[in-house]
Design a protein around this ligand. Structure first.
Ligand code: ADP
Length: 755
């Protein structure tokens, strides 16, 4: 079979090849296999149609020409019906009764094909005119074919057109380019391949086939820019590969040509070197083209799952608002190649938006925009992105005009709400893509997910910064309090130190006082004792008889001297107690004897005050117990002395009795008595009753103190009882019968013994 290689046939071949490449791309890609297959079938049919023209034009006999002519008219039915079917399932298969429709299409096709293949029915004959295109003689049945083609394509285009109106976002663009390419090619082919031949003009009979390049071109663009049927992955890989190989070949050739200017014959090793260099720089070129391809041609090509996973992973750990904004910007820039970006926050009360973050949009930070109620409710509350172009096309009215105009002026493409639960906290504002492409459906979904995650993150980071601020304030307060406490503390420390020094001083003073008392008493005791001795001798008449007046005076002197001796004795005892030098000499003794002795020694004093002083002996014998005779004499004497002192009339009695394993010595009187509140402290050092201190100025309040110390050293007890003022008092000494001193010699006092 002869083959014709004129310019037209070569153009036909090229067109067929281009169509074939497109077909391959489509069949090798795409999630939607069905759509790809149908489109592929359509392309194969077109290629068949082109090739039919190629062979038809090559035919040199009218027999072969007629054969190819029949095929030339049969194949378009496959093109038309596969195209129509395609419009049903593209971009998505929504139509019902597909099978019924397929049967109808098939039926019609069958009839049309029949009308063509039945010899002489539509095509009567083909005449070969040398130097010109073949001439076909049609019968009037041709009108059926004509109407069929017209209807099928028109119907298909109408369907696509309707889909454009119905569809929004990216699919609309896919369909638009497809429709444009297809209809342009089909309409022109309709004229050149159907109308003109019918009218008898055959010179452009081949043009329809060549014009399918238009369809290929538009479809290719739709694939690249608008993700038609996901062919882009395949395309990107191959285009990057081819462009890098191509540029390297160009470079290598250029190098070789350049070299040939200087050397007449380029050596083999130079070729080898060029080859090695070319191979080694190939990956670099590939990377470079890959980047360019990504940025300008395949900007919407990314792995959405990966982006979302990465965003949620990173955002979870971010606590700084600015960092969250930066990260979102970088992600969007990397993913969509977004030129400009901003984040605006939403104030629910004021219904205002204010700019929080801005990259390249012509607004200032903290600029405030009044929200549009309609847009807010319609999109934001439903967590849907606002596509400005789309909103402009569909919802542009009086109410939305201002906002949409502003968005257009600012060159904003998309607004994605930042929603936490049902609350909108702001919007992500995206400018156009670097490539100028629209944001497609997948972009939109990714954006909405990023928006939701960013919103949570932004809210978290705001909460965190609030907590941080609160914490910082708290820390400051704690620090202040610590400083204050420290100064109070140091004040306290100062005070403490002062107290310690004061205490030490007091202690020193106390010691000095004790020392003084000790020395003074010792110095006083000796002369007082000798005074006592001399007066006794005088009174006894050793130095001759003394007149009564003198005797009275001498007796007074004696009593006063006795008091002084007692005072000195008390002082001495106290100084001994306080300096730990009071020494006891315990012996088993008869306490009744001691009590009687003491009573006897006060006879004179009682007589002088006209008081009855009596010793009341116990009813049964009192056992001998351990006590320091001298000290116990001092105690009982003290008590009897007090009773005489504080009793104006009546009796002073000393009773000894045994009670509850105790030997008690009770000194009772009918004197002034003791007020209840005073009983508690008369045993303390220098404490005196209120009345006694005014009526008996000679006392100092040491006697009972010394008594208690002495009795305590005997493991005994001493206490006072009184029925009230002027009702007399009782001083009771209770000594344990089983008291056995650890040591017959005992020292009491501050440092030494028991208190
Ligand atoms: P002084 O007798 O030197 O005042 P004391 O220590 O002996 O010191 O007595 C302390 C106080 O107890 C006395 O000042 C007095 O008020 C009261 N007092 C002691 N004995 C009697 C008593 N028999 N009757 C009433 N009050 C007494």
């Amino acid at each position: 079979m002869e083959i014709l290689f004129d310019k037209i046939n070569i153009a036909l071949l090229v067109t067929a090849v281009l169509n074939f490449i497109l077909g391959l791309l489509i069949i090798y890609s795409g999630r939607n296999r069905r759509v790809s297959r149908v489109y592929f079938l359509n392309i194969i049919a077109i290629i068949g149609w082109i090739m039919a023209m190629f062979f038809y034009r090559s035919a040199s006999t009218s027999g072969t020409a007629l054969f190819w002519c029949t095929i030339l008219y049969v194949i378009p039915t496959i093109v038309a019906s596969s195209f129509l079917y395609f419009t049903y399932i593209f971009p998505s298969q929504e139509e019902k009764n597909i099978i019924l429709r397929a049967l109808v299409i098939f039926g019609i096709n069958f009839l049309v094909i029949l009308s063509i293949v039945i010899p002489g029915l539509t095509i009567r004959e083909v005449n070969i005119i040398p130097g010109e295109e073949h001439e076909i003689i049609f019968s009037s049945v041709y009108v059926i074919y004509f109407i069929y083609t017209l209807c099928f394509f028109s119907f298909g285009f109408l369907r696509l057109f309707k889909k454009i109106l119905k569809n929004i976002r990216s699919e609309r663009n896919q369909i638009l380019y497809l429709l444009m390419g297809y209809s342009l090619a089909a309409n022109l082919a309709f004229v050149t391949n159907l109308v003109m031949p019918w009218a008898g003009y055959f010179w452009l009979n081949w043009l329809g086939q060549v014009l399918t390049v238009l369809m290929v071109g538009f479809t290719a663009y739709a694939i690249v820019a608008h993700r038609l049927m996901d062919v882009r992955l395949v395309m990107r890989g191959s285009s990057v590969y081819f462009s890098s190989v191509f540029s390297i070949i160009v470079l290598a050739s250029a190098t070789k040509i350049l070299l040939s200017f200087f050397v007449s014959k380029v050596a083999f090793w130079v070729d080898l070197l060029i080859l090695i260099v070319a191979i080694s720089i190939f990956p670099k070129f590939k990377d470079y083209f890959f980047r360019i391809a990504n940025k300008y041609f395949f900007s919407s090509l990314y792995d959405s799952q990966k982006v979302i996973a990465e965003v949620s992973d990173k955002l979870r750990m971010m606590l700084d608002v600015e960092k969250v904004y930066d990260f979102i910007y970088l992600t969007l820039e990397k993913t969509f190649h977004t030129k400009t970006f901003a984040v605006i926050s939403y104030d629910k009360e004021k219904k205002e938006y204010s700019v929080q973050y801005n990259r390249g949009i012509k607004i200032k930070k903290n600029d405030v925009f009044v929200g549009n109620d309609f847009l807010h409710r319609y999109f934001t509350e439903q967590n849907k992105s606002i596509v400005v172009e789309e909103v402009r096309n569909i919802y542009y009215n009086k109410k939305t005009k201002k906002t949409i105009d502003l968005l257009t002026k600012l060159n904003v493409d998309i607004l994605t709400p930042l929603n936490v639960k049902d609350k909108t906290i702001g919007l992500l504002v995206l400018g156009p893509k670097e490539s100028g492409d629209m944001y497609n459906d997948e972009d939109m979904q990714v954006l909405e997910i990023i928006g939701a995650q960013a919103a949570v993150s932004i809210e978290n980071s705001q909460l965190y910064s609030e907590v941080k601020e609160f914490n910082e304030k708290l820390e400051q307060k704690v620090e202040d309090a610590t400083i204050e406490l420290r100064s109070t503390n140091s004040e306290l420390k100062d005070m403490n130190e002062k107290l310690v020094t004061a205490y030490e001083k007091l202690h020193q003073l106390d010691r000095a006082k004790t020392e003084f008392i000790s020395i003074a008493s010792h110095q006083l005791r000796t002369p007082l004792t000798s005074i006592k001795g001399f007066i006794s001798l005088l009174l006894d008449g050793t130095y001759g008889r003394i007149p009564k007046v003198t005797r009275d005076v001498l007796e007074k002197v004696f009593i006063s001297n006795e008091r002084l001796i007692k005072l000195v004795e008390d002082l001495l005892n106290i100084s001994r107690i306080e300096s730990g030098k009071l020494v006891f000499r315990f012996e088993k003794n008869d306490i009744t004897k001691l009590a009687k002795d003491v009573v006897d020694s006060f006879e004179l004093a009682a007589k002088n005050k006209k008081l009855k002083l009596e010793y009341r002996a116990p009813k049964k014998k009192i056992p001998a117990i351990y006590f320091d005779n001298d000290k116990m004499r001092e105690v009982i004497s003290n008590l009897v002395d007090n009773s005489i002192k504080y009793t104006k009339k009546g009796t002073v009695g000393v009773t000894v009795e045994e009670l509850d394993n105790q030997v008690r010595v009770i000194v009772s009187d009918s004197g002034m008595g003791i007020a209840k509140e005073e009983i508690r402290y008369i045993f303390e050092k220098f404490q005196r009753g209120k009345d006694s201190s005014t009526t008996h100025t000679e006392g100092v309040g040491l006697g009972l103190y010394v008594c208690e110390k002495i009795i305590n050293s005997h493991n005994g007890k001493i206490w006072a009882e009184s029925d009230g003022l002027e009702k007399g008092s009782r001083f009771i000494i209770g000594l344990n019968i089983d008291f056995i001193p650890e040591d017959s010699l005992k020292v009491i006092g501050k440092e030494g013994g028991k208190k």
